[in-house]
Design a protein around this ligand. Sequence first.
Ligand code: THU
Length: 134
Amino acid sequence: MVENLNIDFLIEKAKSVLKNSYAPYSGIHVAAAILTRNGNVFLGVNVENASYGLTICAERSAISAMITAGEREPVAVAIVTDLDKPIPPCGACRQVIAEFNPETTIIMHSVKTGKTIIRNLKELFPNPFSLERK
Ligand code: THU
């Protein structure tokens, strides 16, 4: 389980890059901060495109940063947004996070209202696609 200290710390880390979100089409700004087993933090923001379907979510941006740095084990992901309500990761991002740890703690936070919701990825996404046949 991720401690309170880490929850607030991770939310602050994600907030620190929220201004860098590139979202001229939806106007919805999202940032993600991943805490890894080694205690390192990787950040990402959503990156939209004029060809809308090419948009990359904040969570997958952060996963790419983590993998690029040579790490493979997320323990918690904080997702912050400027919307009224905290947002859960989209289905694609759930699958991508589950690839590395299906029991990742997911922290969802609205900077507008200060509301935080915490769930485990296994509750949000109980049956990830996997090539392991069990
Ligand atoms: N978005 C994310 O960054 N993460 C999610 O989990 C859901 C959606 C972004 C993508 C797009 O730029 C905007 O939110 C609206 O869909």
